[in-house]
Design a protein around this ligand. Structure first.
Ligand code: HEM
Length: 406
């Protein structure tokens, strides 16, 4: 089994500064094995994109598999709680994925997203007004932790009053599946998973009784009461996926963007002077520091990647943050260059049949927030000498707090 100089020091859960080690791996051993989590680590852009493209050899079946397998006690608790989400989007495979994804795509059309823009602008403005008089603040605690959840809940038709509870459940689910909980922590977290699922099932049944102007109701309308189109359990499974995938990711991406734009403040100033360039700057932020810094695939057959033979049934950790800094695709990758001609080639939203279905919403809400912040608080800057903390998990990277002042 190949060993990389970096594989000995590679800690897949330490996301505090993965970039130097990944640059070394790209140069010296672009594919290496991590015994720590029993995954093959893939670091180069072309290899990762080829894996995303070939969804038959590399399936997405393992994307929601817990890093620490569930104990028997946990499995029993889930069975007792009728916890029954099924693979629908992220960890599903064709033809079932094709059927469900085609329906969910119809929710996130540019037209539908545009219809939500005034409400999103309103949520952003209220959030920014609330913090405007209170510098210095931890902008994560006061604004960016909740903002994407308020946006997502609005579009999915979930009551805004439930944001704190659902955020807590979703964060719990991420730690359970993507972190390394102890046996006792796993049981405590599972106690929170069952009510989350019950909440989502009840929400779907409420919307069946009383459809409204939201995406959950849109999906129920597309189903038209026909289980061969989509079952109610599949709708609930989509909803729990969206209620996790749709805000933690965006919170962390906004935090990464604010951190870097304010660290190299000329970029922030450029956005204040020319807000029309915010969408490009955001693409470069997603390339430079993607919040979903790794994603997963599993080999359906033995395959060779960058000269390394990988057996069938192996788990692959695709280092998106490394692909996005591959100099073969992005010259001078460690520099922030908002005028790159291939800005949108980054892999921060994945690629291929599982490409992030929420990307149009994420792009819209991030741009709206940056427009609102640069417009209202152009003097914003980072509080000096703050220590940044990143939670220990394999996939979601963003500072836990970010102190700013103006
Ligand atoms: C900046 C924020 C976001 C980032 C960085 C991000 C990133 C990603 C990535 C890397 C994937 C995996 C793609 C693949 O396997 O090829 C993904 C899939 C997905 N994302 Fe996002 N995402 C974001 C926001 C959202 C939002 C707002 C939603 C929902 C409203 C969402 C829902 C999903 C879903 C459902 C999938 C699975 C799609 C499928 O397998 O067909 N994401 N996202």
């Amino acid at each position: 089994m190949p060993t990389c100089p970096s594989s000995t020091t590679f800690d897949p859960l330490d996301l505090s500064d993965p970039f130097p080690l990944l640059a070394q791996a790209r140069r010296q051993q672009p594919v290496f094995y991590s015994p720590d989590i029993d995954y093959w680590v893939i670091t180069r852009y072309d290899d990762i994109k080829a894996i995303f493209r070939d969804h038959e050899t590399y399936t997405a079946a393992n994307t929601i598999t817990p890093i620490v397998p569930f104990s028997d006690a946990v499995k029993q608790m889930l069975a007792d709680g009728d916890y029954s989400p099924e693979p629908v989007l992220s960890n599903n495979v064709p033809p079932s994925h094709t059927r469900i994804r085609a329906l969910v795509n119809r929710l996130f059309t540019p037209r539908r997203m545009k219809s939500f823009a005034p409400a999103i602008r309103d949520i952003a403005q209220r959030g920014v007004q609330r913090i405007a008089d209170s510098a210095p603040i931890d902008i994560v605690a006061e604004l960016t932790y909740e903002y994407p959840a308020y946006v997502l809940f609005h579009v999915l038709g979930v009551p805004a009053a439930d944001v704190p509870q659902v955020k807590a459940w979703a964060g719990n689910r991420i730690k359970l599946y993507y972190g390394r909980p102890s046996a006792a922590e796993q049981i405590a977290m599972t106690k929170n998973l069952v009510p989350f699922w019950r909440y989502v099932v009840d929400l779907v049944h409420d919307k069946v009784r009383q459809p409204q102007d939201d995406l959950t109701s849109d999906l129920i309308r597309l189903r038209a009461g026909n289980d061969s189109v989509l079952t109610l359990n599949e709708i609930a499974s989509c909803m729990i996926t969206l209620l996790v995938a749709g805000h933690e990711t965006t919170t962390a991406q906004i935090n990464n963007a604010l951190l870097h734009l304010l660290t190299e403040r000329e970029h922030w100033e450029a956005l204040c002077a020319a807000p029309a360039t915010i969408p490009q700057a955001l693409e470069e932020m997603m390339r430079y520091d993607p919040s979903v810094c790794t994603w997963r695939r599993q080999t359906a057959a033995a395959s060779t990647i960058a000269g390394v033979t990988i057996p069938a049934g192996a788990d692959l950790l695709l280092m998106l943050s490394s692909a996005n800094r591959d100099p073969a695709v992005f010259p001078e990758p460690d520099l922030i260059v908002t005028s790159r001609d291939n800005l949108k080639d980054h892999l921060a939203f994945g690629y291929g049949i599982h490409y992030c279905v929420g990307a149009p919403l994420a792009r819209l809400e991030m741009a709206v927030l940056l427009e609102t912040l640069t417009g209202a608080l152009p003097d914003m800057r980072l509080v000096r000498d703050q220590a940044l903390e990143y939670s220990r998990n394999i996939s979601f990277r963003g500072p836990a707090s970010l102190w700013v002042t103006w």
